[in-house]
Design a protein around this ligand. Structure first.
Ligand code: F3S
Length: 65
């Protein structure tokens, strides 16, 4: 599984960082989310799906490999 944040859609609601703080980080400049690496480590898949479902802007893109 891979994950990306659509920076054009993200409005900084930060729900993703609650669902999966290990992978979703907030940019200090604008408060928007980013991930350091697209590849989701084993065991974090469900948290990433929860983050995707919880984003009000549908800014989280999950690629099921
Ligand atoms: Fe952005 Fe959605 Fe997270 S708006 S900060 S990706 S909950």
């Amino acid at each position: 599984m891979r994950v990306k944040v659509d920076e054009d859609r993200c409005q900084g609601h930060a729900m993703c960082t609650l669902a999966c703080p290990e992978l979703f980080l907030l940019n200090d400049d604008d408060g928007h989310a980013y991930v350091e690496a697209e590849l989701v480590p084993a065991g974090f898949e469900e948290n990433v799906r929860q983050a995707q479902r919880g984003c009000p802007e549908a800014a989280i893109i999950v690629i099921e490999d």
